[in-house]
Design a binder for this molecule. Structure first.
Ligand SMILES: C[S@@+](CC[C@H](N)C(=O)[O-])C[C@H]1O[C@@H](n2cnc3c(N)ncnc32)[C@H](O)[C@@H]1O
Length: 139
């Protein structure tokens, strides 16, 4: 395996891929969301109209690839970690379930997604109290 300083070629390729994904999501966060499109995507993944109305539209970026809160059986008082939290849709929906006694942490490697999610969460006073967003990678 080729060595570059203390990194192999494959480690450098992994770094490049991660940076490309990060850049793409930073761009997406800065572009904002098309509310009608994002609602259609979320509903296709089983998010209900009531759920989507309970959170700010900006938290739904139309990036759903599942509906984890529907599957997770989250209970009041639990601590939940959302890996790749994006605009915060699932963090805020989970925050409603854990309530004031619980905590939901959104982790995302896109600094712009984290900024967007923090701004958006502030619009939901009761939910923002039990949710927080942290920049970081789970790789
Ligand atoms: C498909 S989007 C989903 C966002 C959100 N969960 C939703 O359903 O709208 C994936 C998110 O995961 C983040 N992400 C991807 N790989 C990651 C990694 N290795 N570490 C941290 N965040 C990551 C991206 O920056 C992006 O915001």
């Amino acid at each position: 395996m080729e060595q570059h300083g203390n990194k192999t070629s494959s480690a450098i390729r992994d770094d490049d891929s991660l940076k490309a994904v990060q850049d793409a999501y930073n761009t997406k966060a800065k572009a904002g969301t098309n509310v009608a499109y994002s609602k259609t995507v979320a509903e296709a993944f089983g998010y209900t109209v009531e759920q989507l109305q309970s959170i700010p539209a900006e938290s739904n970026m139309g990036l759903s690839c599942g509906n984890p809160v529907a599957a997770a059986h989250i209970k009041e008082g639990e601590t939940v970690l959302d890996l790749g939290s994006g605009g915060g849709i699932d963090v805020l929906l989970a925050a409603a379930k854990v309530g004031q006694l619980g905590q939901v942490i959104g982790l995302d490697m896109s600094a712009d997604m984290i900024s967007l999610a923090r701004r958006t969460a502030k619009k939901t006073e009761p939910l923002s109290a039990s949710s927080l967003f942290r920049p970081g990678s789970f790789n």
